[in-house]
Design a protein around this ligand. Structure first.
Ligand SMILES: [Zn+2]
Length: 497
């Protein structure tokens, strides 16, 4: 009889410093899929679930697909939503009694009153299926792996690219490990190592084509080749904005049986992380450095694009930080457009007043002015209004529908500001077109976003300038960590280990 395998995914990256928890409706906006809707939605996609489904089909497994929750960064998961996901996973696993489980988690999920949310989900599955059923886990390499999470599963494989383009391959690797474990006399276990690091492995960046993550991946493949008992050496750089004891990079060596030599492999990987902790292939500029870089941009066609990583909604930030707005107004640079600033009250006031009206506004910076600056008072004319609904037609997530909520294009002096009700990364030209903007017609285009924004806005730009506003997605030493193990680099002085 062919094996019966449960496939499930529940991915969320939580920014602990976001004061708003993410309710079920936040996830339902992206889609929460159950049972037959899971293969309907994910078969043929380049997601982990797509990889699970393709592999299960190739191997003739009988499958059950009780839950798939796609990723949508925000604050901690609201308690009721988290309990719903945990119950579905647990009760389904108990009812299905699978021979094996393929589980996709992000690894940086925090729930209300639960810092180790991914472990709770994995433990719910483990508790239902018992110790003898292999559970194989895929992770985002920005996952923070706790000892509890490692103990609840039999093997871990994280994506090996950043920006992440190998979700599908990770799903296939997990399925291959499951096939191997189903035929093995002894199930693998995860040997986990960490160091007092908040970050490492160059935040797992691979796009430069060189650097610490490339070297670490090569080391991992060499360790696997060295010992055929190893299923996988998985590297996680961690996510420093999820405030938990276990936040930070880890190495996970999945192998059977539990043995000192496999733990030693994990420790060697983390020695590499420690020794290379300060090496990075990418640096974010301060606000002043970003303005200077804009002044020094080469002449020519195309906008100067300034992207606010520190306040990017894609990193769980609010999207209402004003540090760049203030600096740009003061700069006097020509043709400034600030896009993606979240201010629900200003958007509503603009809609109430209508196109052509003049308003005095305290714009942005309302939610937590400690991080990225407080409201900016300005006199503004309403140039255009939009309900804020668009469909991506750029290179990233093409065809996906999004909503910014009621939105307005304002002009204050020579600076134009595109204000939205909802916080979203500025990822697609269709967002700008809602109010008649095109990137090519901007002198300076300042947006909220991280690496994903580069797909649409870096090509054709005179300069692409990434910077940190001091928002809650920043590497801001003033972020109010409460749960981290201390001391930890780089927040605390630590000598040689
Ligand atoms: Zn990631």
């Amino acid at each position: 009889m062919n094996a019966r395998v449960m496939l499930a995914a529940c991915l969320h990256e939580s920014n602990s410093f976001n004061r708003f928890s993410a309710p079920l409706s936040h996830f339902e906006r992206q889609g929460v899929f159950r049972d037959a809707a899971v293969p309907d939605r994910f078969a043929g996609t380049r997601t982990e679930m797509g990889g699970f489904l393709a592999a299960a089909g190739q191997r003739g497994w009988r499958i059950d697909t009780p839950l798939s929750v796609p990723p949508a960064s925000a604050g901690p998961v609201a308690r009721a939503a988290f309990d719903t996901f945990r119950s579905i996973l647990h009760d389904s696993a108990r009812a299905i009694r699978p021979d094996g489980v393929l589980l996709a988690l992000h690894g940086a999920m925090v729930a209300e009153d639960e810092d180790d949310a991914d472990a709770v989900l994995a433990e719910a599955v483990r508790e239902a299926v018992g110790p003898g059923v292999p559970v194989m886990l895929t992770l985002d390499p920005h996952g923070n792996v706790s000892d509890r999470l490692a103990a609840a599963v039999n093997a871990i494989t994280a994506y090996r690219t950043h920006p992440h383009t190998d979700h599908f391959e990770a799903g296939q690797r997990a399925a291959a490990m499951l096939a191997r474990a189903l035929a093995a006399a002894q199930l693998p276990v995860v040997h986990l190592a960490r160091r007092p690091l908040l970050r490492g492995f160059d935040s797992c960046r691979t796009e430069a084509g060189h650097g610490p993550m490339h070297e670490a991946l090569a080391l991992a493949r060499a360790e696997e080749a060295n010992d055929p008992a190893i299923y996988e050496v998985s590297i996680q750089s961690g996510f420093g904005l999820a405030d938990s004891w276990h936040t930070g990079p880890t190495a996970a060596v999945s192998a059977a049986p539990r043995a000192r030599k496999f733990q030693a492999v994990a420790e060697r990987m983390m020695d590499f992380a420690w020794n290379n902790r300060a090496r990075e292939t990418f640096r974010l500029l301060s606000v002043n450095e970003a303005i200077a870089a804009a002044r020094n941009a080469p002449p020519g066609p195309g906008p100067i694009v300034i992207s606010d990583y520190g306040d990017a909604p894609g990193g769980g930030a609010y999207g209402d930080a004003t540090a760049m707005l203030s600096a740009l107004i003061a700069s006097g640079l020509p043709g400034i457009v600030v896009a993606g600033l979240r201010d629900e009250a200003a958007a509503a006031a603009s809609h109430a007043a209508g196109v052509g009206a003049r308003l005095t506004l305290d714009l942005g910076g309302h939610i937590d002015p400690r991080f990225g600056g407080g409201p900016v008072r300005l006199e503004a004319e309403v140039l255009a209004l939009s309900p804020g609904v668009y469909v991506n037609d750029g290179p990233y997530a093409t065809g996906q529908r999004g909503t910014l909520g009621p939105s307005a294009l304002l002009r204050a002096g020579e600076v134009r500001i595109f204000v939205n009700t909802h916080a979203r990364n500025v990822l697609d030209p269709a967002q700008l077109r809602l109010v008649g903007l095109t990137a090519g017609a901007c002198g300076v285009l300042a947006i909220k976003g991280m690496d994903a924004t580069r797909a649409a806005f870096q090509p054709g730009s005179r300069a692409f300038i990434p910077f940190e506003s001091g928002g809650i997605a920043s590497r801001n030493p003033a972020l109010p960590y409460r749960n981290l193990r201390r001391p930890i680099w780089p927040l605390d002085p630590i000598g040689d280990l």
